[in-house]
Design a protein around this ligand. Structure first.
Ligand SMILES: O=P(O)(O)OC[C@H]1O[C@@H](O)[C@H](O)[C@@H](O)[C@@H]1O
Length: 344
């Protein structure tokens, strides 16, 4: 078994909890690695949040509580854990203060809970911008001897990588790359065009969704942070093309659906123009599920072998803002596959 703690019971947590239940039915989850640890070996044993509508509730009920918008895909029968009150820190700054209804309960002692529940892996799913809170949970994980997956844009793998390495604990981050979201699709099309000799000149991507993450990204500083990460990820795979990409709007009725529009312009042949327009429609939270199921199992495998730190091949394959980047998506895949073959 791999024992997991979830930090932030938002939409991705709602999708992940359902995916673990789905795995128990024996049905196929698309796009996950074939590893000795199976998805049904994952057990969620602790959950933390700060919203009074979720704290104190059963996890299986909290995941469908406002402001979450994820659909119910499956009945969760087997998990009775209660959501605990984590520390707030910067978890409700700015627009989040009008979305979150802060619990009046006293925060629990996170380190002792992680130890008591024998947690192997913490998944950080706090909102964008909760930098101090993410750092707090990273430190708590270090102290409790737990590995850490940082799905958020906060710099955890970047800043805590050495500390985790010294304790032989894996830390993966930063900012999870969706299985088939806007960023990887955009970078992938550009890489394909390049492989066909097209000179890509410029490109933009706008993302529209109805989740809390889309709503909080309306704040300029969060928008700039995420736009910077997405644009840098895509640009790092192009030779000097002008790239602008990031969340642009919140449309409430879309709920967990996300629409990404991409426009890519370039030249080919004797210098005539090519333009590609793409509209990609996905369920945002489900897009995190397969990568997270892989990362949880990889954490445990690496822990068992005593390998710690921000393993670069895992970070550049699964994240948008890794401490080190590969030169292309293909190179990232090759590097990651080599690591896997040495590991298994
Ligand atoms: O789909 P992408 O481009 O990999 O981005 C994934 C996610 O990136 C996160 O930063 C956002 O908060 C999510 O809402 C978003 O969907």
């Amino acid at each position: 078994m791999v024992r997991v703690a979830l930090i932030g019971i938002g939409n991705v947590a709602a999708a992940f909890v359902q995916a673990i239940e789905f795995a128990k039915t024996g049905k196929e989850i698309y796009g996950i690695l074939n590893l000795p640890i199976k998805p049904n070996n994952i057990e969620i044993v602790a959950a933390f949040d700060i919203d009074k509508r979720k704290v104190g509730k059963r996890l299986r009920e909290a995941i469908f509580t406002k402001p979450n918008v994820v659909d119910k895909y499956i009945d969760i029968k087997s998990n009775d854990i209660i959501v605990m009150r984590g520390p707030t820190l910067d978890g409700k700054v700015g627009i989040l203060s009008s979305i979150i209804e802060e619990s009046e309960e006293k925060p629990v002692d996170v380190v002792s809970i992680l130890k008591r529940e024998h947690v192997d892996v913490v998944i950080n799913l706090l909102p964008t911008g909760a930098i101090k809170a993410s750092a707090f949970y990273a430190m708590a994980s270090l102290e409790a001897g737990v590995s850490f997956i940082n799905s958020t844009p906060s710099p955890v793998a970047k800043e805590f990588g050495d500390k985790f390495r010294d304790r032989n604990l894996p830390v993966f981050g930063d900012d999870l790359l969706s299985q088939i979201g806007g960023t990887i699709t955009h970078a992938g099309i550009i890489e394909f065009l390049k492989s066909r000799g097209v000179k890509v000149l410029r490109s933009y991507q706008i993302d529209i969704a109805g989740s809390t993450e889309a709503l909080v990204t309306l704040e300029d500083w969060r928008k700039d942070l995420k736009k910077g990460i997405k644009s840098t990820f895509i640009s790092s795979y192009t030779n000097g093309a002008e790239i602008v990409a990031g969340t642009s709007d919140y449309v409430e009725f879309l709920k967990d659906r996300r629409v990404s529009y991409m426009v890519i312009e370039g030249m080919y042949g004797i210098g005539v123009p090519i333009r590609i327009d793409i509209s990609l429609k996905t369920y945002d939270s489900i897009n995190a599920v397969s990568p997270l199921i892989d990362l949880v199992r990889l954490s445990k495998l690496l822990m068992e072998k005593g390998i710690g730190g921000a393993i670069k091949e895992v970070c550049y394959y699964y994240f948008k803002d890794p401490p080190e980047r590969a030169k292309s998506i293909m190179e990232a895949k090759k590097g990651f596959e080599l690591l896997l073959s040495n590991l298994l």
